[in-house]
Design a protein around this ligand. Structure first.
Ligand SMILES: Nc1ncnc2c1ncn2[C@@H]1O[C@H](COP(=O)(O)OP(=O)(O)OP(=O)(O)O)[C@@H](O)[C@H]1O
Ligand SMILES: [Mg+2]
Length: 392
């Protein structure tokens, strides 16, 4: 093993906002982290022991690095496609990994998930895989690229005149040249954060996923715990995770109106592990690290630590970021456990269309769900992004 200095060596795919919590946990544990990201300014690089400017989707580059660096494990927290890369690279360089490559391959394709769910009778929206608009597609529908995340190519279509453009866009951004067209499921949406050990699925935080309206359809604005709308979401998530044969490690399942939107075989990308720790005292980042290093999973017992917890995302005005105020005030506001700012001065924000247009997040705890939500939102409101567009 590559433990010449006595420290385990973990390859982490991604140094963006979605990886910060795990990187901090790795640092606390004293792991030697090798971190890849194509963006030299990625905030997680500050926490890396060794950094490499390689895209998280550059499978060959990652494999070469993994072989040269004699790693003990590899992990892709918060991002989908690299989950498959991590599993294949681990298999190639001969390190243990919680997901076999074939299982990871299911997990990173929304279309293959839909097929598996159909075979296992997991509740899900009606769906079709298409390459062009057909006359028999029912509206309203949701159109998406089957192998992307972060709302790329995702839209809701209510008018036949918009269907062609929506499908064209999803096909264009997809890897496989197809679009997934789904029934629009109405109703409340929750996220089931869970961790599996030897095939035993254990639900942790179940959070409301509060999303934006079109044109930012599907973008999460807040995660709030505990939810009042869980229904049978935990059982549905368990069923979905079983259908994908995920036996070990973290999962993140989106359930809307009782139907599975999708499963991710990884930690959530919206600081979900940090919310889990604040809400239930379970160190989900630590569990994910242990799984990635094939260590024995320490026992964990979810036990409420607080009445409510909420992650509220920051939505900036568009334009170049010239100034930032109120961050310290927000950090000291009642109930606030953490504030993250994703971008530096000079960054150019667009209008809110996808998750990557968000500018940061506030995690707050409170006496109840509503109290935590209110505290997170009022702390978020203290943070002011000044952009050139806001000045004119
Ligand atoms: N068929 C559907 N019916 C209703 N809402 C949907 C449907 N598909 C997607 N959505 C909404 O859009 C959100 C994102 O969908 P999905 O997870 O498929 O896209 P994504 O690009 O992977 O986004 P993310 O990276 O946030 O998970 C869902 O959480 C849900 O709010
Ligand atoms: Mg998704």
């Amino acid at each position: 093993m590559g433990t010449d200095s006595g420290r385990k060596r973990l390859l982490v795919l991604g140094a963006g906002p979605a990886q910060l919590g795990l990187l901090e946990a790795a640092q606390r544990r004293g792991l030697f982290t090798l971190v890849v990201d194509r963006d030299p300014g990625a905030p997680g690089f500050a926490l890396a022991e060794r950094r490499a400017i390689i895209s998280t989707e550059d499978e060959r580059g990652i494999e070469r690095l993994a072989a040269a660096e004699r790693i003990d494990g590899v992990i892709a927290p918060g991002i989908d496609w690299p989950v498959g890369i991590a599993a294949r690279v681990a298999a190639k360089v001969g390190v243990p990994h919680p997901l076999p490559p074939a299982v990871a391959a299911f997990a990173v394709s929304k279309a293959r998930q839909r097929e598996r769910f159909a075979a296992a009778a997991v509740p899900q929206p009606a769906w079709r895989l298409v390459s062009e608009p057909g006359p028999d597609l029912e509206l309203p529908c949701v159109v998406k690229a089957p192998d992307r995340q972060g709302q790329r190519g995702l839209s809701v279509v209510r008018d036949h005149r918009e269907l062609g453009a929506a499908i064209e866009e999803a096909v264009a951004v997809s890897r496989g040249g197809a679009a997934l067209v789904e029934e629009l499921v109405e109703g409340a949406e929750v996220t089931v954060n869970a961790f599996s050990v030897d095939g035993r699925f254990r639900a942790l935080t179940v959070t409301d996923r509060i999303t934006a309206d079109p044109p930012a359809f599907g973008v999460a604005l807040a995660h709030v715990w505990p939810t009042d709308a869980a229904g049978d979401a935990v059982e549905v998530a368990r069923h979905a995770v079983d259908a994908l044969e995920i036996r070990d490690g973290p999962t993140y399942t989106q359930v809307r109106g009782g139907k599975v939107m999708e499963v991710a075989a990884r930690l959530g990308g919206g600081h979900d592990a940090e919310l889990c720790e604040a809400a239930l005292g379970v160190d989900l980042n630590g569990l994910a690290l242990a799984a990635a290093l094939a260590e024995e999973i320490p026992p964990f017992e979810p036990e409420p630590r607080t009445g409510g917890a909420c992650t509220a995302f920051l939505v900036p005005p568009p334009g170049e970021l010239l100034g930032l105020e109120g961050v310290e005030e927000a950090r000291h506001a009642v109930g606030v456990a953490a504030v993250r700012i994703y971008r530096r001065l000079g960054f150019r924000f667009g209008e809110l269309r996808s998750g990557s247009d968000r500018a940061g997040a506030v995690l707050a705890v409170g006496e109840s769900r509503d109290d935590a939500y209110e505290r997170a939102r009022s702390a978020a409101a203290l943070i002011r992004f000044q952009t050139d567009a806001a000045l004119v």
